[in-house]
Ligand binder design. Structure first.
Ligand code: ATP
Ligand code: MG
Length: 593
């Protein structure tokens, strides 16, 4: 019988099946790359268990992470966690113009918020610090490019971008070879070095892989691998005026970090032949050793009622359709955190939607349901009156107040109870009174009795109105022997049960009632501009009356306001003892068609 510890794994998927097979075959039981910067680090930090899987999450620091990235984070970091492997956080920063430290910081922050880290223990009791920058490998990438040239696998092309585009051919026609394709190795080396040394203008030439201009896969028709761009880089400064193309850089990054499973979204499927081609050439050139990493593609998350393209998110922020990258309506992770969405909710969501190879749409309500489910279990209850009107208990003494006891969580008695004060004047919801009740209305109307939740049964007497006929106060009398918690009192039958807050013991709070940012299932579908699908009522700020204990809520604390939904004390706008709340999600789905 095997004594090996069998990890408990969540629902399987095709990637797990691949990993299971690779591990069973001991595919990674040897070191694969000598002389890489990664290797030097490993030597300094002690032996590394190469039998483990290594994945990576490789964001480009050119924007904030969004909900789609959460799927990739839970997949990559989640696999590493479940298989006791390692996942690297790698900034794929090969495109200097759009990248910045602000993005680097926010990305690290969000990965950590979701519960993942990049300091991994090693067998000798030390730590591997698995945070990487693609730009740290620029020297090796340059070396790899020269190696390709030296083996006759790359050439410097001086066609214009337009000529290259035309000569690339189409899906039905092969490409046309560049007149520069057959330059000698010497000439290519000299030119490439001159490119590096700043002797040529931006865009005047590129280094291309020499593969097959007639390939049915257009990505294999001599893709560009290095370009000239005089741009300041957030990490390497002005050291380089040539930068590797993403498709060339990425496989090298994976190989240097000894990634075993390079997991990406389906649009890179057509790039896989180039990934494999490059690996094979660099093994031939002696720069890499087998086994090299392999790329596996999965379907990206497509979510209704949001936009997940960085370009559109940037537009929403820059044109001020929202208040910033962390606007609680945005599908960025920074926005979701402020909205009150939780890492546990995202975990449940990513488990529930699974990982597959088929593109599909996930309805936004599934994400909301997951947030509800997690918060229903974990969020303490509070009482909040969101549309307040006064309820005056005519037969209650003017300056008296008494304690009522409300459970912090109906399903978790271990979370205890708290005191809420009851007094003569209370706040109740405006909709909990009707002067002339409609059919089936069981709440307050003249002559009817209801229970004030956790308090007394009261009988409604009538209301006061202003000159315009608006109800300004409701009157009632309480039945003294009916207080909740006293023997026999809770078995008194009334149909209505309403919540309330004592006016003298209330915290008057600003609450942002967030709704979806877009009204259309597919914002901007067809000819439409996605901006035209913005929900004009995506936020309404109200002043609510909350039980006093809500006043000491810490930024980021979650609550269920009974009968209303889940709310969070805002991380940014809350002041000490003056929290502002955001509605995370309603109690029930209000968007069902
Ligand atoms: P772009 O706007 O260029 O498409 P991106 O969202 O792909 O940007 P990256 O920084 O390249 O941004 O993404 C980092 C990782 O997150 C990649 O591995 C990518 O495959 C993954 N990812 C991005 N969007 C999604 C999504 N909607 N679902 C799942 N994974 C995603
Ligand atoms: Mg991308």
């Amino acid at each position: 019988m095997s004594t090996e510890k069998a990890p408990i794994l969540p629902a399987s998927n095709f990637i797990r099946a691949i990993i299971d097979k690779d591990l069973a075959e001991h595919k990674f039981a040897q070191k694969r790359w000598a002389g890489s910067p990664g290797d030097a680090r490993h030597q300094a930090q002690g032996p590394v268990d190469f039998a483990k899987i290594r994945t990576r999450f490789p964001p480009e620091p050119n924007g904030y992470l969004h909900i789609g990235h959460a799927k990739s984070i839970f997949l990559n970091f989640g696999l590493a966690r479940d298989y006791e492997g390692v996942c690297h956080l790698r900034f794929d920063d090969t495109n200097p113009e759009k990248e910045s430290q602000e993005y680097v910081d926010s990305i690290s922050d969000m990965v950590a918020w979701l519960g993942f880290g990049w300091d991994n223990p090693t067998p000798n009791g030390q730590h591997e610090h698995n945070l990487y920058y693609a730009s740290d490998y620029f020297d090796v990438m340059y070396q790899a490019a020269e190696a390709l040239i030296q083996h006759g696998h790359a050439y410097v092309d001086a066609q214009t971008a337009e000529e290259m585009r035309i000569n690339r051919g189409t899906l039905t026609e092969p490409g046309v070879a560049s007149p520069y394709r057959d330059r000698s190795i010497e000439e290519n080396l000299t030119l490439f070095r001159a490119m590096r040394d700043g002797k040529h203008a931006d865009g005047s030439m590129v280094l291309r892989a020499k593969i097959d201009m007639a390939s049915p896969n257009i990505n294999m028709r001599d893709p560009a691998i290095y370009r000239i761009r005089r741009a300041h880089h957030h990490n390497t400064g002005d050291k380089w005026c040539i930068y590797p193309m993403y498709t060339f850089a990425h496989p090298i990054e994976d190989a240097l970090e000894q990634i075993t499973h390079s997991i990406c979204t389906l649009e890179f499927e057509d790039q896989r032949p180039f990934y494999d081609w490059l690996m094979a050439r660099l093994v031939e050139a002696g720069l890499l050793a087998n086994p090299v990493p392999y790329q596996y593609e999965f379907a990206r998350l497509n979510l209704t009622y949001v936009v997940l393209s960085k370009r559109k998110l940037i537009q929403l922020v820059e044109e001020k359709h929202v208040t910033g990258w962390d606007d609680p309506r945005l599908p960025t992770l920074a926005g979701a955190r402020r909205r009150g969405y939780t890492p546990a909710g995202f975990k449940l969501f990513t488990d529930r939607i699974g990982v597959s190879k088929a593109d599909s749409w996930i309805d936004y309500s599934i994400l909301e349901d997951c947030m509800r489910e997690v918060l229903n279990d974990s969020a303490p209850r509070k009482i909040g009156v969101l549309d307040p009107v006064k309820l005056i208990i005519d037969n209650y003494p003017e300056d008296q107040a008494e304690d009522c006891f409300a459970p912090n969580h109906p399903q978790h008695p271990e979370m205890g109870k708290r005191v809420v004060k009851l007094s003569k004047t209370l706040w109740i919801e405006r909709e909990d009174f009707m002067e002339t009740p409609s059919k089936g209305y069981f709440r307050l109307f003249p002559g009817n009795t209801v229970r004030l939740r956790y308090g007394y049964v009261v009988k409604c007497l009538g209301c006061d109105k202003d000159d315009a006929g608006n109800v300004i106060a409701v009157h009632c009398e309480y039945l003294p022997d009916t207080k909740s918690g006293t023997p026999g009192a809770d078995s008194i039958k009334v149909k209505g049960n309403i919540h309330w807050v004592s006016a003298a013991h209330a915290y008057s709070a600003d609450i942002r009632m967030y709704d979806r940012l877009f009204v259309a299932e597919h914002p901007g579908s067809g000819e439409r501009d996605f901006l035209d699908d913005i929900n004009p009522n995506s936020v309404t700020t109200i002043t609510a009356q909350l039980e006093l204990s809500a006043q000491t809520a810490q930024p980021g604390e979650h609550f269920q306001f009974e009968r209303h939904g889940y709310f969070v004390a805002d991380l940014k706008d809350s002041l000490v003892d003056k929290p502002v709340f955001n509605r995370t999600v309603t109690l029930k789905d209000t968007w069902q068609k």
